[in-house]
Unconditional design. Sequence first.
Length: 143
Amino acid sequence: MRSAEELGLFEQKFYLFEWLVKSNEDIAKTNKELLIENLKLRSEMEELEKINFIDCTTGIHNKRYLQVRLEEEFARARRYGLSLSCIFIDLDNFKSINDTYGHLAGDMLLKELAGILESLCRGEDVLGRFGGEEFVILMSCTD
């Protein structure tokens, strides 16, 4: 009788072991699926941030991003006693370029100017298109 009980107990432990192995496999599979979904969501979130903060004409930061960064940079400058410069660039008579050569040419000019300004900025500077033909450069630790 004792061996039959032991055999039954062994069989129960074996089924429990099989169940644990299967459960661990299921958990590992679910974790892998969640990881893949998380990576997809992270990629989509980065794309949304790009859409939200990048000007589609010039490829540089937009007004929304500049507003966020301006608040951050002012707070940082106050907190640490740093200087902060804000350069505002406005192209005079830009409307005449659009009227004469068309909006596509105007957009190409804006993109070219954005590239030139970007090449002149330091790595820590923040360049963005404020709107229309207006650009802003935030330069920390400068006066």
